[in-house]
Design a binder for this molecule. Sequence first.
Ligand code: PXP
Length: 248
Amino acid sequence: MIRLGVNIDHVATLRQARLGREPDPVAAAFEAVLGGADGITVHMREDRRHIQERDVRILRQTVACRLNFEMAVTREITAFACEILPDEATLVPEKREELTTEGGLDVLAHLAAVETCIGQLKERGIAVSLFIDPDPRQIEAAHRLGSHAVEFQTASYSEANSPAERTECLERLIDASRMAASHGIHVHMGHGLNYQNVFPVAAIPQVEELNIGHSIVSRAVLVGMRQAVRDMKEAIALGRANIRSAQH
Ligand code: PXP
């Protein structure tokens, strides 16, 4: 079974548009869990453009399933994570000017900072995942640093401009998943996945968790959060069933 982590950042984006109280991401998390979410994912950015400290604190106290905290490798955010104690922390690159996370963390370029951050999180019992490109050098670095999991960025796959480019990106994700799993690293994926493109990704046997936000929140506006999560769970199960039938 693949776990679905529902990223509720964009519920908070809508609330911040009026700087008011609604919609409350905490309420959205309850609905997502009722729809079958296996985890709730939030990214508290340094500029607090959507998720606020208050959201993470209440989610930690109220969400019964896994809480995955996406975070930049900074002293301030690491200290906050060590206080909140999410089940999992996913280290992501962060630029203030970007609309959303654009590509994976360059672990090699920031080796010392990532190592310190991982050490502090691990000391508090938090499982660490590194959001990286499906690149063998990044996987080796994640292995050397003792990362519990990696989340391969699927943006290149989901934004591919042609079927050939998409197939190439998918093959890179497949090879990277094999390599990470051979090192004993858990494999997660996310970014840009939706109700049309999730099937082949869910069919990669090593994938244990998908983190999906924008497409689910967008659908939730039309059909409600519970139904949007149910539909995504169904799509993921269909994708997974395909590998099983292909293998037999
Ligand atoms: N995984 C990571 C590490 C992310 O930064 C994001 C975006 O916040 C997601 C998954 C979800 O991406 P999307 O909103 O495109 O589904």
